[in-house]
Design a binder for this molecule. Sequence first.
Ligand SMILES: [Zn+2]
Length: 318
Amino acid sequence: MNTIDYIYRFDPEKPSAKPPPRDEEAARRVLEDGNRLFSQWMESCRTRTPSRGEPRYIVSCNGLEVGMPRTYGEMPRQSPFAVVVGCSDARVPTEMLFGQGFNDLFVIRVAGNVMGDVCQASVDFALANLSESVRVVVVLGHSGCGAVTAAVDAYLRPLKFWSKTVTPMLRSLTQSLFVAVREAANGLKEVWGHDAADAPGYREALIESAVCINAAQAAFGLRQEVEGTGKWEVEVLYGVHNIRNHQVCMPVDPSAPRCDENVRLASAPSNPKEFHALAVQMARILKRDDPCLAPKTIAPPVEVAPVPGEAVSGTRVQ
Ligand SMILES: [Zn+2]
């Protein structure tokens, strides 16, 4: 194989070639299956061993719904089945890594997938105006996130953070990630010990754990927002794209080899205690000294049942 083809296939004669998922569970499966296929395809490109004789990756698109109406000038109807809040990082092309095409995803991208007012309003817009088609809201972080890395570095060495060369808006974005970094640091301290910060690989572990917790916190806040609008049928999910093996997982082992079973979009936390449980789980995953000893499959995040009468609303999620 000398060439690699990534193909968007439009067929105006078969507009219903790819029917939209009927409910939130089907939507989750479509995204996870799309990512399994994409990561498998990327792996086959890397190793030059295309599976089952198909050296192409084909994404079916509904021609009529993306601006190929039979009557010229007719406006196509917007009908995404998922709202995705992801990072602006150029290495994380949302539609590609989920194997989706035109009109499938309503994508909001901001550095560090930080939930500011405008970002939240964009989700609200989608829920209010595209409710006929939207089945899930997904928060998507990614390994090696530059915004989270900046927050970790500011957390560990705050002096540069307060330099006048850092603009107020950038400082505000970085600050909104500190809660996740602090939670990640607590998890590492609990699992690695009190001298965790002196251990080799601490900074990298803090970054990868904070990426997961940041996505979980944003999903927690969005879940409350979605439920507040009465859209009980819309599920909020979260995951992290591992830019090394191209898989979307939760939790994520950044050095794990590709494995279909690890592709997972987790349900948004319903209790803030799940952030700590996730921090501990990530600290255990990242503690491994030898990457070759990585478990082939990784358990899903721990869900903590709310204590009756315990308030979970109003918790700061950024
Ligand atoms: Zn990023």
